[in-house]
Structures are given as structure tokens and as C-alpha cells.
Ligand binder design. Structure first.
Ligand SMILES: Nc1ncnc2c1ncn2[C@@H]1O[C@H](COP(=O)(O)OP(=O)(O)OP(=O)(O)O)[C@@H](O)[C@H]1O
Length: 247
């Protein structure tokens, strides 16, 4: 199995902050793995994601994506990564399709390739003629799906998902997770995922890391971690390790 993301001693100290937001984090994520980064508020998840996609500069350590250092190959690495932010970042008066065409152009897609890719993603996520309606008329689940498609249009090798199912009903949540699993399987896309939903993480992730105060305190397969620690489930283990509720 080849390594997709290799992180060595990653640290981040924000100016004027007394403590490290990331404190010597080391981690390898394999190609095609679904990896959950789970931690309480303020643990360092957003800082970790922002470092991976080059939005902020770490103060120490090294990130390699498919063997390339982020210090020297940032523009190439940006093309390899898709980001799905927690906040819905869409124009409400434009349709789902128009929003995606706009996002696709930002990733360098154009012409026939853009049209085909937008269509196939909208089909895969179950959009019909509603793809032409303004996003402001969409349900929470539909907005989430468009937000998510925006991150995969350019067929990235790695997808960063920040709480992809927050605020959606059970049915839409299941649909989103099933589609993500399918893409992960079919395209061998590596997924790094955060969530406050422990039951979802337990089912969705091949491996998880529990992070607190900028440090990774446990890594492993969810079922194995739960069994080894005699916890009832992942949420129980999380509370044991961090002394905090997930959110
Ligand atoms: N721009 C900033 N300047 C100073 N400190 C920051 C900044 N951004 C984050 N921090 C601090 O860094 C630490 C990690 O924050 P981060 O946002 O990465 O955590 P998080 O796990 O994503 O939290 P949440 O679940 O609430 O989104 C926190 O102590 C936070 O207060």
C-alpha cells in the first residue's frame, strides 16, 4: 500500500498564542484510506487541514503528498487536493449546476470536460431537473451535496472533508456517506474527514486519530481501538482519552 500523506513533526504556533495549535504531529495516511481526525473544539483539526492544503504555514515539520514536499511543490499539491469546507460556500441565487460550473472553472476545468464532469457528478448524487433551480430553494442535504461535489469535480487524489453531514437529515446523511464510499472505492481517493458524529466516524473510517491540544493521542482502526480499551464505542473511548465530550 503506498503512502498518500506523510507528516513528520508538524507544529503550528499562531502569533501571540501561548500554546501550540499543532504540537509535533506525525502521521502517515495510505492511498485510498478513509481517515478520521477526531477531536474536541480547539484540538487543532482546522489548523491541520489548513496546513495540508497550504492555506497556512506550519512553524515546524514536514508534509509530503504523494512524495512531494509542500514547501517546494505547493501548486502541484493544490491540484491533487479537494477541500469541502464545513460552511456551505455557494451562491444562493445561482443554480446547483451554475455553482459547480463556477467552481470547476476555478480548478482549471473548461469547455466540454467541465460540462461532462458537472453532469456526471450531479447524476451520481441524484440530481434531476432540480440542478437548474436556485440553490436558495434547496434542502440542507441538497446544498451539502453540491458543496461536496465542488470538492471532487477536478478528481483530486485526496479529499479533505470538514463535517460533511452536519445539519442534514438521516436519509440525506446516508446518501452522502454511501456516495463518498463509492468514490473512495472506485477512484482510490484518499479521504481525511472530521466529524463530531462518533457513530458515523466509527462506520465510515478505516482508521481514526484522536487529537487533543494539538497532539495525536491515539491512532488505529475504530473497532480495534474500542476493543483494546474495553470502551463501549468510539464516543466512549473519546471521552476516556480526552476527558471531554465531542462537541
Ligand atoms: N488564527 C488564529 N490565531 C490564534 N490562534 C488560533 C487561530 N486559529 C486557531 N487558533 C487556536 O489554535 C487552536 C486550534 O484551533 P483549531 O481551529 O485548529 O481547532 P479545531 O479542532 O478545528 O476546533 P473546532 O472543532 O472548534 O473547529 C485553538 O486553541 C485555537 O484557539
Amino acid at each position: 500500500m503506498s503512502v498518500s500523506i506523510s507528516i513528520q513533526n508538524l507544529s503550528k504556533q499562531y502569533p501571540k498564542s501561548a500554546s501550540l495549535a499543532l504540537d509535533r504531529v506525525s502521521l502517515d495516511v495510505n492511498e485510498g484510506e478513509v481517515f478520521g481526525l477526531l477531536g474536541p473544539n480547539g484540538a487543532g483539526k482546522t489548523t491541520f487541514f489548513s496546513s495540508l492544503c497550504g492555506l497556512i504555514h506550519p512553524t515546524g515539520g514536514e508534509i509530503r503528498i504523494h512524495g512531494l514536499s509542500i514547501h517546494t511543490h505547493l501548486s502541484q499539491i493544490k491540484q491533487m487536493i479537494g477541500v469541502v469546507p464545513q460552511e456551505i460556500a455557494l451562491y444562493p441565487t445561482l443554480s446547483g449546476e451554475e455553482n459547480l460550473r463556477f467552481i470547476g472553472r476555478m480548478y482549471g476545468l473548461s469547455g466540454k470536460n467541465l460540462t461532462i464532469r458537472v453532469d456526471e457528478c450531479l447524476d451520481a448524487f441524484g440530481f434531476d431537473t432540480n440542478r437548474k433551480s436556485a440553490v436558495k430553494k434547496y434542502s440542507g442535504g441538497m446544498k451539502r451535496k453540491i458543496n461536496l461535489i465542488g470538492g471532487i469535480l477536478h478528481q483530486p487524489k485526496i479529499l479533505l472533508l470538514d463535517e460533511p453531514t452536519v445539519g442534514v437529515d438521516v436519509h440525506a446523511r446516508r446518501g452522502i456517506l454511501e456516495m463518498l464510499k463509492k468514490i473512495n472505492r472506485d477512484e482510490k481517493m484518499t479521504i481525511i474527514y472530521t466529524s463530531h458524529h462518533m457513530e458515523e466516524a466509527e462506520q465510515f473510517c478505516d482508521r481514526v486519530a484522536i487529537i487533543d491540544q494539538g497532539q495525536i493521542i491515539q491512532t488505529g482502526q475504530p473497532a480495534a481501538l474500542v476493543q483494546e480499551s474495553n470502551a463501549q464505542n468510539l464516543e466512549d473511548l473519546f471521552v476516556q482519552l480526552t476527558g471531554k465530550a465531542i462537541g
